[in-house]
Design a protein. Structure first.
Length: 195
């Protein structure tokens, strides 16, 4: 039986506060995609340790320059997922995404002073829906940065498909998420669902 070809569109990987270190699943995903001949883009945040909404939005939009409407995927983690919500809520000339994966966004009521400008995130259902062919959420049931749970905080308000991994914390290196076959699989196929 012939193997179905894998997805080939560029992938924009949007890290969160403090970036993604050497063992983080986003870093490993980028390496894997490049090894398989895929184009990978990262926003060049001026200072990942000191997030600034205006400069982070500019860096994200610069990373999207030259892409085509419905011709790329987005994989955003933590504060990067919240940044994506700000991006789609403010007018820009950026191309529309094909698929978007928002992983472990912090609670909309987050109160860390260093990232206060990002919260609460804009969460207009129609805006998010029209910003891509499809957007899905992934989180856990014990994320210390999202105590109310991803379904209550984001899934229900945005009427968005949500996948929950039990006991997965913030889905970062500290939670054991170095290599993550699920996200590799999502990037390699055309289906929007995450499993």
């Amino acid at each position: 039986m012939p193997r179905r070809p894998t997805r080939t569109v560029p992938t924009v990987i949007v890290p969160g506060w403090n970036g993604s270190g050497a063992g983080h699943w986003q870093t490993l995903l980028a390496d894997e995609l490049v090894e398989n001949g895929r184009e990978v883009r990262h926003p060049a945040f001026p200072d990942p340790d000191k997030p600034d909404l205006t400069s982070w939005l500019a860096a994200l939009r610069a990373s999207l320059a030259g892409l085509t409407d419905d011709g790329y995927d987005v994989v955003a983690h933590s504060l990067g997922a919240v940044l994506w919500l700000h991006h789609v809520a403010t007018p820009s000339e950026s191309p529309r995404a094909a698929r978007v994966l928002l992983v472990a966004p912090p609670s909309p009521t987050t109160s860390f002073p260093e990232i206060a400008a990002f919260f609460p995130p804009p969460m207009d259902i129609d805006t998010v829906r029209h910003s891509a062919d499809g957007t899905v959420l992934v989180g856990s049931d014990n994320d210390p940065y999202l105590p109310e749970g991803i379904a209550a905080a984001y899934g229900s308000p945005l009427k968005m498909p949500t996948t929950i991994f039990p006991g997965a914390g913030h889905l970062n290196t500290e939670s054991g998420f170095g290599p993550w076959p699920n996200v590799s699989s999502w990037c390699g196929r055309d289906n929007l669902a995450f499993f």
